[in-house]
Design a protein. Structure first.
Length: 355
């Protein structure tokens, strides 16, 4: 290396500057290159606009081939979970979004057991992640755990129904619940404020823990603090969805056309759609961290306390001791090697006899 090149390299350095201040940029580049994963669950009765809202939130069509069941089919339908995955790219940043819908929830005559399938699905994703995390190939684990659950509340009642209360009480220890009042355009502002207060009072009364936005650090700028304050005040988010573009006063807006005017979905004066989207996007990392550090760790601790990894991941060797996936694979390899050695020895003995 010439002295000129050394001089040019060192001339870029600043006295007293090591360079680790650049570490966040390295993390950013790696994250952008790898892409992001997020799984959202939407739960609520049929007809509350769940699919329309999700499509409007991410400006995509997650359900292009969905068939809507008639009234008779709804009465006989049981809860089934339908995950839909789409790859979204925005300004070079890739997001693998999975939305888990729950058609059939709350539609039956007897809904006492309508959330058991949902609980089983959430636990299955935890179990799959635990199994992958405990396996040999841990580099490319796909995270399908539910990071957030939008729970849709009907605007036509007088607060929470018994089914709403029971569902949230069953799931608040497993997933981040964000309560959403659907079809906000059917209520006046005064009615909506009254319903919001009623829902929040009942959530506190029943001891339901919903997702709480993190507190701002003292060094955060005032604009961000104000944004978080407004988002906290908006809970439960009163929303309406629409995927139709309408022309209002010379500009294109996403909204719903009524005889008395247009409800603009992205107008904060009309509903909380923008606030809900802002909450989800700006706190997506926090939702994932709580899923990992709280809900998943609770599940993992329970399984370890019950005797280690899930049953399908453990075997019992000839001495009666439970072994992990890694130990199992090693035992299988050793047994296979032993069989091959025995076969080679038998073939060599046969060849000697023939000679």
């Amino acid at each position: 290396m010439s002295s000129d090149s050394v001089k040019n390299f060192s001339s870029l350095e600043t006295p007293g500057y090591v360079g680790f201040a650049n570490l966040p940029n390295q993390v950013h580049r790696k994250s952008v290159k790898k892409g992001f994963e997020f799984t959202l669950m939407v739960v609520g009765e049929s007809g509350l606009g769940k699919s329309t809202l999700v499509n409007a939130l991410f400006l995509t069509d997650l359900y292009p081939e969905r068939q809507v069941p008639d009234a008779i089919e709804k009465m006989e339908q049981t809860v089934k979970l339908e995950p839909s995955t789409v790859e979204i790219e925005e300004r070079g940043v890739k997001l693998r979004l999975t939305v888990v819908d729950t058609p059939g929830y709350g539609d039956a005559i007897d809904n006492t057991d309508s959330f058991s399938e949902i609980i089983r699905y959430i636990d299955d994703q935890f179990e799959r992640f635990l199994r992958d995390e405990s396996g040999l190939n841990r580099k490319n684990i796909m995270d399908n755990r539910i990071h957030c659950c939008f729970y849709f509340i009907s605007p036509f009642g007088h607060g929470l129904k018994p089914l709403d209360v029971e569902f949230m009480k069953q799931l608040h220890n497993k997933v981040n619940i964000v309560p959403v009042i659907a079809k906000a355009d059917v209520l006046t502002k005064k009615e909506m404020l009254r319903l919001k207060k009623k829902v929040m009072d009942e959530i506190q009364e029943h001891g339901i823990r919903i997702y709480s936005l993190p507190e701002c650090d003292s060094d955060e700028d005032e604009e961000y603090k104000e944004q978080v304050r407004q988002l906290k005040q908006a809970v439960p988010f009163a929303v309406c969805g629409a995927n139709t573009l309408l022309e209002v006063r010379g500009r294109k807006v996403r909204g719903r056309l009524y005889p008395w005017g247009v409800v603009e979905v992205e107008n904060p004066d009309h509903c909380d759609f923008i606030k809900l989207r802002t909450m989800l996007i700006t706190h997506m990392q926090d939702l994932q961290e709580i899923t990992q550090q709280v809900h998943y760790e609770n599940y993992r601790s329970e399984h370890l306390a019950k005797g280690g990894l899930p049953k399908r991941n453990t075997i019992v060797d000839d001495k009666g001791a439970a072994t992990s996936d890694k130990d199992r694979i090693l035992l299988e390899k050793e047994a296979e090697l032993k069989r091959m050695q025995e076969m080679i020895a038998a073939m060599q003995a046969k060849m000697h006899q023939q000679q």
